[in-house]
Design a protein around this ligand. Structure first.
Ligand SMILES: Cc1cc2nc3c(=O)[nH]c(=O)nc-3n(C[C@H](O)[C@H](O)[C@H](O)COP(=O)(O)O)c2cc1C
Length: 169
């Protein structure tokens, strides 16, 4: 099955996961940074990587997802929150909502990714917009935990996740 990986990454976390997923894909699979993609793709299967922004795929990937029709799709994303949190569950649900109807979503994968230290610093000082991100010890711990990701275990989990789906097709 002809397939491509397309990712969007601001600080490199999602790109790292994309490069790992490529390792288990059949030879000839293409990988694109969404910002450099300037032609349409006739692949049957797309593997889409995004970073999480306000509980959704980042804007550029969100818009790309909205443009897709008739594809089989696997998604992976990196986020600051824990992948087993209710926030991560919401992210997956939001992602499926964008794609389903026009496409077949085969699976959604998330792992933590280090948060830009400038963002952590900003929240330490100001609490962010409407103070919703005021830094509590719990939040700081989450930022510190995220700083260790994506790690080798995340890479292995991402590779297995995609491989199992592809083997089942
Ligand atoms: C503007 C902004 C918004 C973010 N919003 C969220 C969010 O809603 N939930 C979350 O868990 N992480 C959020 N994050 C953390 C990023 O999703 C996370 O650090 C991700 O791994 C960055 O990926 P990248 O290195 O590929 O750009 C946000 C980061 C930024 C910079």
């Amino acid at each position: 099955m002809k397939s491509s990986i397309i990712f969007s990454s601001l600080t490199g976390n999602t790109k790292k996961v994309a490069d790992e997923v490529l390792k288990i894909m059949p030879e000839g699979t293409k990988i694109y940074d969404l910002k450099d993609l300037n032609h349409s793709l006739d692949d049957e299967l797309l593997i889409l990587g995004y970073w999480v922004d306000k509980a959704n795929p980042n804007k550029e990937m969100y818009q790309f997802m909205e443009s897709l029709k008739g594809k089989k799709i696997i998604t992976f994303g990196t986020l600051g929150a824990y992948p087993d949190s209710s926030h991560a569950k919401e992210v997956k649900e939001n992602t499926v909502k964008i794609l389903e109807g026009n496409n077949e979503v085969l699976g959604t994968f998330l792992c933590q990714g280090k948060i830009n230290p400038k963002i952590t610093e900003m929240f330490m000082k100001s609490g962010g917009e409407n103070n919703v991100h005021t830094m509590t010890p719990e939040r700081l711990k989450r930022h510190e935990d995220a700083a260790k990701h994506p790690n080798e275990e995340d890479f292995s989990n991402a590779r297995s996740f995609v491989k199992d789906i592809i083997n089942s097709l």
